[in-house]
Design a protein around this ligand. Sequence first.
Ligand code: SAJ
Length: 443
Amino acid sequence: MPSASTYDELADRLETRSATVGVIGVGYIGLPTAAILASEGYRVIGFDIDEKKVRVLNSGGCYIDEPDLPWIVSGVVDAGRLVGTTDFRKMAECDVLMFCTQTPLKSDGTPNLDILFSAVDCALEHARPGILIICESTVPPGTTQRIVERFVSTGSFQLDKSLWAAHCPERVLPGKVVQELRTNDRVIGGITPASATLARKLYESFLDPDRIMETRATVSEFAKLAENTYRDVNIALANEMAIAADLLGIDITEVIALANRHPRVNIHRPGVGVGGHCLPKDPILLSTAVTERGGRLDLTLKAREINSAMPRFAVSLLERVVGSDGLKDRRVLVLGITFKEDVDDTRNSPSKVLIEELRKRGAFVRAHDPKTDERFGADNVTDLKSGIDWAEAIVLAVAHSEYRIALPRMDLQGKVFLDGRNIFSPSEISAGVYLGIGRPVRQ
Ligand code: SAJ
């Protein structure tokens, strides 16, 4: 067992950046975090079960499409400060273990913490006493405490003597991960005050100390869920307003622009749906935790329902203008497959439902996306112009920069164009029919 000075030694290693940090799960959050910590001088080991990822990482390559990340990764790998491995025995070398694994939903819609807890099981087997564990994954309140109990139940770890633990939720916007990692305020939820103090030392290596807020782990776990639930509910409100504007024959973009000039109003943007690994899932993590305690989050669940119905609403808009035979045998091009603009991530993308609904109605569906090869069952289009020449109707599902630049310059005469993100003013697009989400039809 470590001596009583373990806390001081660990604190010293964190301050002098001589600590070895293990990042478990080198994905969308783990890789940028590992790279930043390595660039700040720590020795970082990235653990993953995916051998291919580890191979690419160790060759200095970057498999995540984020501005600035490739050169940071190649620099720290070249310098020998970041190595990837599938060998979990190396956890014994780590002073800090950070869990950066996904917490998705199961197919029945309930939270799936299996990936996180199998990483915890690996750590239980290989980690040595005298460590700081940090959970960056988004989890139901109480999960970090459960992780700690597992460690303590082995008999080898004692809280505040040979084990410190904190929940420090990641808080970065895909597409701006590197920038936001260094500039966003961060919440550190300590299992004990000493745990929070140790975790702060690690985060202060790349963050201004004033940006770090300390609290208890259950509070930080809830705060993370509240952030994304707020955004999901706000977008649902925007979508509901768009449906209202559609019925009233008013342009929702004008309404929101005017309403948002009020100093305390910030309505988000309506669109063909809400995707990604966070907004469709985090409200469910929160709602499930409440249901388990006999409560119910009506507004949160209703917001999920409204946002999930948006791809079908978009299809109904098309159906309205294509005539009495509906979408059967119509040639529809879907632009954008990823869950949002300028990222390569397709998790929970609304385009999947959109394509399925179009195909159910008998349409011929082709899809284009400069960021991913996924097509969700639609036929692939690699050349934007030839895809547009082929199509009778075009649905802009994702506002990639390429589309923002190219579409206003293209000839869309005689075609139906559905601007699923309301990014263009109707006059910018040469289509025969312009549709938006909650905007009057322009013929
Ligand atoms: N969307 C809209 N309307 C909007 C904004 C977004 O329909 O006004 C759609 C997007 O197209 C996308 C989805 O919502 O399909 C989610 O996009 P997003 O940009 O809102 O969120 P994410 O998932 O990329 O990132 C969020 C962020 N959370 C908040 O801003 C509160 C990010 O800071 C978190 O770190 C991330 O979730 C996470 O990992 O939890």
